[in-house]
Ligand binder design. Structure first.
Ligand SMILES: Nc1ncnc2c1ncn2[C@@H]1O[C@H](COP(=O)(O)OP(=O)(O)OP(=O)(O)O)[C@@H](O)[C@H]1O
Length: 329
């Protein structure tokens, strides 16, 4: 008998509302998913679709005035319901984050040693010696050669790829079971990108860490992800296994996204979809993708599209999902 993999992160109806003078907007709107132990969820979407806001909210670093509702369950607790103090304790030790620019996480004025040893002492209560031994192990884990020498280095003495390796080591230092990666390779040279992706894969295999990776690069998603969630205007418009979504996309937006990335041969933002994502403060009624969709009908502009289910894992939020699948195949 096979047992279902343990769910380490369960997100239900997560919504982020930002209220301003011009009204309110929802960069993340009713997003739900489960993340299994050791698995990778790829979050796809154009710039401005809410990918970073989703990750920041999972990490508890959303903008101070954001109103967060819904549930984020991990280790038997709902993070959204925690006090700010409890929440701060989970950062780095339950959930950790790797940013596009490694210098977001690293402090330029401290050595690598200090940046790894201090959190280990603070979060894990290790003495200096044990923390240093662990820091060396972490540098080996992220495949940094000559780790003893690198411990003494400052970030500016390291290459971009090496800095990102150190940032990944720092993210893993305190035993987080969920790693959030926001475009972790976008700022790196193409040759280094592949190595960092391979590293993330190795880390997952070695530590069983579960990862949510945000990218607008379908190639990266195909390489790493087990499951895929496609965001548009803050909402999940398609989700399923990597194979289901990338091989048999159902939503016209996903199809356009894949056309731009794969068939165009370039891993860039999707030029195949005319127009741009909507201003969240001025969302059209009905389907928010309708103004850019070649299948859009009066119905799409009138009502919120229904969620269609194709398999137990594959869903798309579109009345035309079936028809567009036929055209996409
Ligand atoms: N602090 C903020 N105040 C108001 N609006 C914001 C704030 N931060 C983000 N937004 C808006 O929320 C939406 C989602 O932004 P987000 O950065 O999550 O998009 P993204 O998909 O990660 O894009 P990118 O790939 O460019 O990082 C955008 O419309 C953005 O303008």
């Amino acid at each position: 008998m096979t047992t279902a993999p343990e769910t380490v992160l369960s997100v239900r109806g997560l919504t982020v509302e930002l209220r301003g003078n011009a009204g309110s907007l929802r960069p993340v709107d009713d997003v739900s998913f489960d993340l299994a132990k050791g698995s990778v969820l790829g979050v796809l979407g154009e710039s401005g679709c809410g990918k970073s806001m989703l990750l920041r909210t999972l990490m508890g670093i959303e903008p101070p005035l954001a109103a967060v509702s819904g549930e984020v369950w991990t280790r038997g607790r709902n993070l959204v319901a925690m006090s700010p103090r409890e929440r701060a304790e989970t950062r780095g030790s339950w959930i950790s984050m790797v940013f596009q620019n490694p210098m977001t996480a690293l402090d330029p004025v401290y050595t690598v040693e200090r940046q790894l040893v201090e959190p280990l002492r603070r979060h894990s209560g290790m003495d200096r010696r044990a923390a240093r031994t662990r820091a060396l192990e972490l540098l080996e884990l992220v495949q940094i050669t000559d780790p003893k020498r690198r411990l003494k280095a400052y970030p500016f003495e390291l290459s971009g790829g090496m800095r990102q390796r150190v940032a990944i080591a720092a993210a893993l230092a305190c035993g987080a079971s969920v790693l959030l990666a926001d475009e972790p390779t976008t700022a790196l040279d193409v040759t280094v990108q592949a190595r960092i992706l391979a590293l993330l894969n190795d880390v997952r295999a070695e530590l069983g860490t579960s990862t949510v990776i945000v990218t607008h690069d379908v190639g990266v998603t195909a390489e790493l992800a087990d499951e895929v969630l496609v965001l548009y205007a803050g909402r999940t418009i398609e989700s399923g296994t990597c194979r289901e979504v990338l091989k048999n996309p159902r939503h016209p937006y996903t199809i356009g996204l894949l056309d731009a990335n794969v068939r165009g041969g370039q891993r860039t933002r999707p030029a195949a979809i005319p127009g741009a994502p909507p201003n969240l403060a001025l969302l059209p009624s009905g389907c928010s993708f309708a103004p850019r969709c070649r299948h859009a009908a009066a119905l799409c502009r009138a009502d919120d599209p229904p969620v269609r289910r194709f398999t137990h894992s594959h869903t798309a939020r579109c009345v035309h999902a079936g028809a567009s699948a036929a055209q996409g195949e």
